[in-house]
Ligand binder design. Structure first.
Ligand SMILES: [Mn+2]
Length: 209
């Protein structure tokens, strides 16, 4: 049974045990990728920093996420955070103040930029709207927008703030270099990858999510 994204951290840990012996045998020598013909992460150490405890009060949970992420970011480590749903992105981004001005690169079918959802300020529909209100966030580049779940209001509000939205069709149709030119220099950036951030062109009748 796969009841929800809260299971993701555990599922990824389970899956990663298949590769545990690789890390053991290579230590910090890195990982050779046969397709890239390159060794990645040489000299780097990867640490599972555990889970953030979830409170019944979601405001407390958000504060804990920022607190835990800050400890990792402040020591200059690269933070990779996995799961729950997209609402975790706002408290995570809040930990990156030292990297101001910060650009957010979002691979997602949706903008997740609603001001309010069902009257609520913090949901998985709003993390990048809340992030856009942080004084050190420069702009948001959304890549792969598609489907009908983003509203015209959030789209217009995002653009009027100076954010960039590149649709999934544009990624499929256009030369990647010309898209990179549109995006321009990123400076410091935070990457968020949603599970539906894909660029293939759906066939007729296929769900667009
Ligand atoms: Mn999404």
């Amino acid at each position: 049974m796969r009841p929800g994204c809260r299971q993701a951290p555990r599922a990824l840990r389970d899956a990663s045990t298949r590769f545990g012996w690789l890390g053991e045998s290579t230590g910090t020598k890195g990982f050779f990728d046969v397709e890239a013909g390159h060794t990645f992460l040489a000299g780097k150490r990867m640490v599972d920093a555990g889970d953030v405890d979830v409170s019944l009060d979601e405001g407390v949970t958000r504060a804990r996420i920022t607190q835990h992420a800050s400890k990792i970011v402040e020591r200059g480590s690269l933070l990779a955070s996995i799961g729950g749903d997209h609402s975790v992105s706002f408290p995570l981004i809040a930990a990156f103040e030292r990297y101001a001005p910060l650009t957010i690169v979002l691979f997602d079918a949706h903008l997740d930029y609603r001001d309010r959802f069902l009257g609520l300020e913090h949901t998985n529909n709003s993390p990048f709207r809340r992030a856009s209100e942080l004084p050190f966030v420069n702009r948001i580049v959304t890549i792969g927008a598609r489907g009908i779940k983003s509203t015209d209001l959030e789209y217009r509000e995002s653009l009027s703030r100076g954010n960039l939205v590149i649709t999934a069709n544009a990624v499929a149709d256009r030369n990647i270099d010309s898209i990179a030119t549109d995006i321009g220099e990123l400076g410091n950036y935070y990457v968020s990858l949603d599970i539906d951030g894909s660029f293939y062109r759906p066939r007729n009748g296929e769900s667009r999510g």
